[in-house]
Design a protein around this ligand. Structure first.
Ligand SMILES: Cc1cc2nc3c(=O)[nH]c(=O)nc-3n(C[C@H](O)[C@H](O)[C@H](O)COP(=O)(O)OP(=O)(O)OC[C@H]3O[C@@H](n4cnc5c(N)ncnc54)[C@H](O)[C@@H]3O)c2cc1C
Ligand code: SF4
Length: 570
């Protein structure tokens, strides 16, 4: 009997454990298994196998009961997830149901989640812009957050590493505020977007319009074919799951690659409750898990733990990992765990029309858009708000059908559609300031279906965000006007934080254990074998999309962890 118990503990012991199988967890798993570590990936959601579990991927519009629209009932049942632009009849199965996974909104916060193998890598819009030193040096320059413990040159080789494997389409634009990467051929701006680019770049020094960099295989290389992925067909049905592996997801790329090493054990339906701290060894020894189906509590052990449950869930797990040594949550000696949450401000939108290029239109689809990198407060502080915003830019032309008349006239009108004017639009992607007053806590009164305290989110906009919105409206209106666009309309959606889906912080990196939770290698200052490499680790938010940076930080931290393990420091 005694032997059986020993075996059972041995069977639940690995070289490394990764919590979460989404964008960052997939990368941690790939790197750990490639480096020879027997790795257990714990995922709270169901399994989703590439291609096999994409039920709508090849459905035609008329095969969908509501032609792609979401029913009122589903929207009523999902007041938060239903606000996401990507929540549709053909994609809703990859979104977490609001009712099933409750959380507390101390202030309104629309938390968009994808609890399944692959996480939100099945839902993302795949924009992958590198951060620059203007981002990593920003807090030290402006004093709006603690200094990042790394600079661009620390992460640049790891950006290259993940870009080559993931496949990033982009143009080498040579901009200091948006470093170039290892790009596959870029997608193309259309004629009106090119026209706007020319106007802006001629008129304004330091302002650019480029084609956004995105995680699509515009020209697959050997490394992508070896993953079983192929050319992106520009179908624009990505959020259904792409059977070609045309875009990067954990399911099509990092997880199968990790599995091929023979070192991966993937356990879906495993809700991590907390990390186990061994007071004698002064290290984490493993994790406690609730089986989502049986609700049975079990433990798994490893000398290295990577926490990649997505920013807010990683905070939740660490806050819930209490012990005599860490009564306020793992690594939380300074009481800052869960604080300094920041996000991107996507509230501001602008649209207009252009009556040129009436002999042209677009043909086919393109799974990305134009991009205006941040131009405010880059080289010097020039406004009364801190930091700045990037912006999308896209132009398209639609067919206009007249429904005037009755009988024959109506039929004729409908049969003779006309092309409308070009419509142009942009949305703001603003950097928000990490503040102690934007924080997360555990609500012990309210528990989730697994008996774990619910996460309470207390996060809001501030004056800086309001001023930035006004500046976006002013600057973009001026740029649109200069380009000859008409019928310009601005709109503040007043959406709650969260809907941007770029929540970050709570376990921020920094030099000093008094003011940060993680060191420059993404490991807890106070618990040296636990690494956090998802959005929770971010010290500030930049204006660029963050996921590429999570991937690069994950790969970099694994490299360090494995070297430390070999030196017997872990
Ligand atoms: C519609 C949409 C568009 C987006 N567009 C972009 C974009 O263009 N560019 C960009 O950079 N980002 C984009 N994002 C954001 C991007 O998806 C996230 O930044 C990214 O997925 C975060 O990676 P992650 O590994 O931290 O989390 P996830 O990918 O969410 O993975 C976390 C995983 O952990 C699991 N998990 C959580 N808690 C536990 C637990 N207790 N135990 C076990 N497992 C757990 C989850 O089920 C999930 O599978 C978008 C997101 C959405 C939804
Ligand atoms: S656009 Fe590319 S990645 Fe998206 S579904 Fe189509 S082929 Fe796949």
């Amino acid at each position: 009997m005694a032997n059986l118990n020993i075996d059972s503990e041995k069977n639940r012991t690995y070289d490394a454990i990764v919590i979460g199988s989404g964008i960052s967890g997939g990368w941690a798993a790939k790197e750990l298994t490639e480096k020879g570590l027997k790795t257990l990936v714990l995922e709270r959601g169901r399994d989703v196998k590439h291609v096999k579990d994409y039920p709508t991927t090849n459905m035609l519009p008329w095969e969908l009961e509501h032609r792609g629209k979401v029913s009122h009932k589903l929207l009523e049942e999902n007041p938060v997830a239903g606000k996401c632009y990507a929540f549709r009849e053909d994609t809703q199965h990859f979104f977490t149901r609001d009712k099933e996974q409750p959380y507390v909104q101390d202030k309104p916060f629309d938390w968009i989640r994808g609890y399944q193998v692959g996480g939100k890598s099945l839902l993302w819009a795949r924009h992958t812009q590198r951060w620059s030193d203007f981002d990593f040096e920003g807090p030290a320059r402006d004093g709006f957050a603690v200094d990042w413990p790394i600079r661009y040159q620390d992460i640049a080789p790891w950006y290259s590493h993940v870009e080559k494997f993931s496949g990033i389409s982009g143009n080498k634009d040579g901009l200091p505020n948006l470093p170039d990467g290892e790009f596959l051929p870029p997608m193309e701006l259309n004629c009106v977007e090119k026209y706007f680019k020319e106007k802006v770049e001629k008129q304004y020094k330091g302002r650019n319009v480029i084609i956004a960099r995105c995680a699509h295989l515009s020209k697959p290389q050997q490394i992508h074919l070896e993953q079983g992925r192929s050319q992106c067909m520009n179908r624009n049905l990505c959020q259904r799951g792409c059977p070609f592996g045309g875009y990067f997801s954990s399911n099509s790329s990092t997880l199968p690659w990790a599995a091929n090493t023979g070192n991966l054990s993937l356990r879906p339906n495993s809700v991590v409750h907390s990390i186990i701290y061994d007071e004698q060894k002064e290290r984490a020894s493993g994790v406690r898990v609730l089986d989502a189906e049986s609700k049975e509590m079990m433990e798994f052990y490893a000398p290295v733990v990577f926490v990649n449950a997505s920013a807010l869930n990683t905070n939740l797990i660490l806050l819930n990992s209490t012990s005599n040594r860490f009564p306020q949550g793992l690594g939380n000696d300074n009481g800052l765990l869960g604080k300094y949450i920041a996000f991107h401000n996507y509230r501001a939108k602008i649209s207009g029309e252009y009556d040129g290029f009436l002999d042209s239109t677009t043909v086919g689809r393109r799974p990305t858009s134009g991009y205006i990198p941040r131009f405010r407060n880059v080289h010097k502080q020039e406004t009364d708000f801190l930091r700045g915003y990037a912006s999308g830019f896209s132009a398209s032309r639609r067919v206009v059908r007249s429904y005037d008349g009755i009988g024959h006239e109506l039929k004729e009108n409908m049969l003779t559609p006309e092309w409308g004017l070009w419509r142009v639009g942009s949305h703001m992607m603003g950097e928000t300031i990490p503040k102690e007053s934007n924080y997360l806590s555990l609500d012990n009164e309210n528990q989730d279906p697994y008996g774990i305290p619910q996460l309470k989110v207390s996060v809001d906009y501030d004056d800086n965000d309001e001023k930035m919105i006004q500046d976006f409206f002013e600057q973009l209106t001026e740029m649109y006007t200069q380009a000859g666009f008409t019928n310009i309309k601005t709109r503040d959606t007043h959406q709650a934080p969260g809907l941007d889906i770029h929540e970050m912080g709570g376990v921020r990196m920094g030099h000093d254990p008094k003011t940060s939770l993680l060191d420059k290698w993404n490991r807890l200052h106070a618990c040296k074998n636990v690494f956090v490499t998802d959005g929770a680790c971010m010290t500030s938010t930049s204006t660029q999309n963050p996921s590429l940076t999570y991937m690069a930080l994950a790969a970099r931290a694994v490299d360090f962890a494995v070297k430390e393990k070999k030196k017997l420091n872990i």
